[in-house]
Write a protein that binds this ligand. Structure first.
Ligand code: AQP
Length: 343
């Protein structure tokens, strides 16, 4: 079976969006709209795998929606919706829970990191997070998923689940006219200078919404002063910047700041070092802060304008949910027939 090329991706409404979410995901979502039909989801079912205050979840869902629109996702062209409004995600996730193996999920590094030492106390949902993610993607038979590098392992698991489903139900699929399988081998799209933006406080940890230190990340809602202060305080080493990328090896904080600069300027690390090689951080940091403010200020203004009109954002999500549900419905109908559910 050949699958119509289609993009799916999502962001969790689980806190304040940061530069990593923007550079590693949202900005790339915008670019893909010109080449593919795209579905962009606010993954609220994923968010509740760790505790979310209900009022905060409402507001974070609208914030992620506003960030999508402010960044340039066109809701008339692409589908923008929140996951919980389309029941196909939860339904297919259950079926995939019965396809995926405990051992596969037990190897997921994100679960290990998020559950930490207190695994017994982690929610079952946090453990099963990757099967829901597989359902998000495969309910739309999506062929391409733009994500940051942290999601690579989950995308590999999505392919494993698709392959096992296609294999286990192979005979039944053939009977029903899907001899080549019902699900595609989805490609992760991970490229560019900022697929893994690191914490400003620790170059070995990724920038994350859930980091307790607000100074570790640049939030999309930070104003110019906050951005400048966070960049100024960012951890670095005492050496000047090297003239070539090879010189960034073993210098994770310097590498991170150069990577952020390159991504914001739409250029390469080499080009940045061509300009700033030999410069001290006292010169580079103010230039980086100015660039970050120039890129983020218009986004910030537009997000604020959109968030002030929650009825509009909710209407976008409702319309997108109806369009998403219409695409998932025939796929789920096929899944039910293939599995052997009556009715
Ligand atoms: N630091 C990052 N660098 C590049 N890309 C990143 N992404 C996240 N952090 C970085 C990408 O953003 C998209 C949405 O991520 P998510 O909201 O689904 O959850 P996450 O990956 O778990 O992100 P966070 O910010 O670290 O959230 P918490 O702290 O709640 O877990 C994904 O494409 C992701 O790769």
């Amino acid at each position: 079976m050949t699958f119509t090329p289609r993009v799916f991706s999502g962001v969790q409404p689980s806190g304040s969006l940061h530069l990593g979410n923007y550079l590693g995901a949202i900005r790339r979502f915008v670019a893909m709209q010109d080449d593919y039909p795209c579905i962009y989801c606010v993954v609220d079912l994923h968010a509740i795998t760790v505790w979310q205050d209900p009022a905060d979840l409402v507001s974070a869902t609208r914030h992620v929606t506003a960030a999508y629109l402010a960044a340039g996702i066109d809701p008339a062209k692409s589908i923008v919706f929140n996951q919980s409004q389309v029941s196909a995600h939860a339904e297919l996730a259950w079926i995939f829970n019965c396809v995926a193996r405990m051992g596969w999920l037990g190897r997921m590094t994100q679960f290990k990191e998020k559950a930490g030492k207190d695994r017994e106390n982690a929610s079952v949902g946090l453990f099963a997070y990757p099967t829901l993610m597989a359902a998000d993607i495969l309910a739309y038979q999506a062929t391409h998923v733009p994500v940051g590098e942290d999601q690579k392992q989950h995308l590999e698991l999505t392919r494993d689940i698709a392959q096992k489903f296609n294999h286990d139900y192979g005979a039944r699929l053939a009977e029903l006219g899907h001899a080549d399988g019902l699900f595609p081998m989805t490609e992760p799209i991970i490229h560019g200078p900022a697929t893994r933006v690191m914490s400003l406080r620790d170059g070995s940890k990724k920038m994350s919404k859930s980091d307790p230190s607000d100074n570790s990340r640049i939030n999309l809602t930070d104003d110019a002063d906050a951005i400048a202060q966070k960049v100024r305080k960012a951890k670095t080493d005492p050496e000047p910047l090297p003239s070539e990328t090879k010189g960034l090896e073993g210098r994770p904080e310097a590498d991170n700041l150069v990577g952020i600069y390159a991504a914001l300027a739409g250029t390469t690390r080499d080009a940045v070092l061509g300009e700033y090689g030999g410069a001290q951080f006292s010169v580079f940091k103010p230039a980086l802060a100015e660039l970050a403010v120039n890129v983020l200020a218009p986004l910030n203004d537009e997000m604020r304008r959109l968030v002030a009109d929650p009825a509009h954002l909710d209407a976008v999500l409702k319309d997108g949910s109806a369009r998403a549900a219409a695409i998932a419905a025939p796929v789920l109908a096929d899944v039910r027939r293939v599995v052997g559910f009556v009715g």
